[in-house]
Write a protein that binds this ligand. Structure first.
Ligand code: FPP
Length: 247
């Protein structure tokens, strides 16, 4: 573990991660892409465990984007199989660790068997309060916003909501992440400086940390380093330094 210590009170409540670079990792090791995803699953296990140990309240992982449906069928199939494997092998451990597992995204697009496994498996964990693990699947930030807009418009039409009653709080309550705090820290692996349609509304004030490490190489130490850097950041939320320091 890193020699510098983390300040427990200054840890993020919500960490979101864009797990990128599985394919490149596989290529670097002369392996098939799916082996990169498999190794990526080990990294998921380690990061979830570490976050739980640290007392992080919410962890959101970008596992499969709405755009990922454009990948070759063989890779999509392999990713879905891995997801099933992950749920089957991990759910009881996650449950034991008091973790509530939740899927966010356009889940209806998932194959029926995956959807059923998610519903049954995740349902078991719904009363857990130790940590929320959001798995973003078939997820698009723009779709999520459109979905919220449609829901709100429907409520206005049905006179359940007035136009002047629509504010940021109401809007947030119609997102897949309703009831959860916005991410304090967004981590992206493999060096790409993009947001890639992830949590577009929620990351308005999120600190962004990009590392060159490829996702399968992202270990406990890498997370520790990201958290140390996060703790050095000054979050101003639009205020001046003076206001922050005096308040
Ligand atoms: C990005 O790497 C990664 C993905 C599209 C899938 C992420 C999936 C996992 C980490 C494994 C399973 C996850 C769970 C939650 C069980 P990439 O393929 O885009 O890599 P590249 O940019 O190097 O090609």
């Amino acid at each position: 573990m890193h020699s510098e210590t983390l300040i427990k009170e200054k840890l993020p409540k919500h960490i979101a991660i864009i797990m990128d670079g599985n394919g490149r990792w596989a290529k670097n090791h002369s392996l098939k892409r799916i082996m990169g995803h498999k190794k990526g699953m080990d990294a998921v296990r380690e990061v979830v465990k570490t976050c739980r140990e640290l007392g992080i309240k919410v962890l959101t992982l970008y596992a499969f984007s709405a755009e990922n449906w454009r990948r070759p069928q063989s890779e999509i199939k392999a990713l879905m199989s891995l997801l099933k494997l992950y749920i089957r092998s991990e759910i009881s451990q996650l449950h034991k660790n008091n973790i509530k597992v939740n899927a966010i995204g356009d889940l209806q697009k998932l194959p029926k068997d995956v959807l059923k496994l998610i519903k049954d498996g995740f349902d078991k964990t719904k009363n857990n309060r130790g940590m929320v693990l959001n798995v973003a699947l078939s997820y698009s930030g723009r779709d999520e916003i459109l979905h919220a807009v449609t829901q709100i418009a429907g409520k206005v039409k049905a006179n359940e909501l007035t136009l002047s009653g629509i504010d940021e709080k109401i809007f947030s309550q119609h997102l897949y992440t309703a009831g959860l705090p916005d991410p304090d820290l967004l981590i992206r692996t493999s060096g790409e400086l993009r947001v890639s349609n992830f949590l577009l509304w929620q990351i308005a004030y999120t600190e962004i940390y990009v590392t060159d490490a490829l996702w399968p190489d992202f270990k406990k130490e890498n997370l520790h380093k990201a958290l140390l850097e996060y703790q050095q950041r000054k979050r101003r939320f639009g205020f001046t330094d003076e206001q922050i320091n005096s308040g």
